[in-house]
Design a protein around this ligand. Structure first.
Ligand SMILES: C[S@@+](CC[C@H](N)C(=O)[O-])C[C@H]1O[C@@H](n2cnc3c(N)ncnc32)[C@H](O)[C@@H]1O
Length: 269
């Protein structure tokens, strides 16, 4: 098909193609179960969650659905402002950590739901606010955005990666991974546009996952988690980068920029 205007572009097909090119197959829930163990007892508060929550509007909202809720970093922290929070995740261990975090805060209105993006959402409650924080790197973005939209009576808030990497892009470039960037947030804006939604955009700049590592091994391990296995040449290049500037190494390189995207759904009762 000849592309004449932007309306001729199937952004969801483009997204799927890009996702495939990035070569990171979808993780099973068990991978997140393993991560959940490390989150037990860790604080929910961070510069990122503070910035996310302060951008939310709770007016006329009594219920919230937190999709890919993890340890409850958003849902549990805002539950005292609401009648009910539903934390949805496909990882049962993450839901256990979220339930624990709610219990230690004395919250009785936080309800775990074990379900995934690809499941039928028929039984998932429609809520006033729907949140998807750092959890939308999905296989079918169009389907995911429709689900978020259709489950929100008032507003949807989500955050998404900018630039395609969970680490400073110069590190990805250094290790020859530049061509394997994850899809960028611009797909979201374009897919929402085709859905007739007019999203609002802001950014949250915070230290990334490589910040504050204790030593080179810790740093290299985190780079491996973000970019995949490293060979000897990669290790040497990374060690050089790490040793060249102690301050930069401690900061983990440049700040990480999250796109903060939200919209009104106008589907009030
Ligand atoms: C990076 S964590 C984000 C957690 C939390 N929302 C936050 O911002 O801290 C991503 C979460 O999404 C969940 N997740 C990943 N893929 C999922 C899927 N297909 N269905 C449901 N949850 C998923 C993971 O289990 C994990 O808890």
């Amino acid at each position: 098909m000849t592309i004449v205007t932007i309306s001729d572009i199937d952004f969801n097909a483009l997204y799927k193609h890009h996702k495939q090119q990035a070569g990171r197959p979808a993780k099973p829930a068990s991978a997140w179960d393993a991560r959940a163990l490390a989150l037990r007892g860790k604080p929910l508060e961070s510069a990122y969650t503070d910035a996310f929550i302060e951008r939310m509007d709770f007016s006329d909202a009594r219920t919230l659905l937190d999709v890919g809720c993890g340890a409850g970093n958003i849902g549990v922290q805002v539950a005292h402002r609401l009648d009910a929070v539903y934390g949805m995740d496909y990882s049962p261990a993450m839901l256990d950590v979220m339930a624990h975090n709610a219990a230690v805060r004395g919250l009785k209105n936080v309800h775990p739901i074990q379900a995934g993006w690809d499941d039928d959402w028929e039984a998932i409650p429609v809520c006033d606010i729907v949140v998807a924080s750092r959890s939308t790197l999905v296989e079918d973005l169009g389907d995911a955005l429709s689900k978020l939209h259709n489950h929100a009576r008032r507003r949807v808030y989500l955050s998404y990666l900018t630039g395609g990497f969970f680490v400073d892009r110069s590190i990805a470039r250094l290790l020859g991974r530049d061509g394997r960037a994850h899809p960028d947030y611009m797909y979201i804006l374009n897919i929402l546009h085709t859905m007739g939604v007019t999203p609002r955009l802001d950014y949250i700049d915070v230290p990334g996952p490589l910040a504050g590592t204790e030593n080179f091994d810790d740093f290299a391990q985190k780079v491996t988690r973000a970019l995949g296995e490293l060979d000897e040449t990669d290790y040497q290049a990374l060690q050089h980068w790490y040793d060249a500037d102690a301050g930069r190494a401690c900061r983990g390189g440049a700040l990480m920029r999250w796109a903060f995207i939200w919209w009104e759904t106008n589907s009030y009762d």
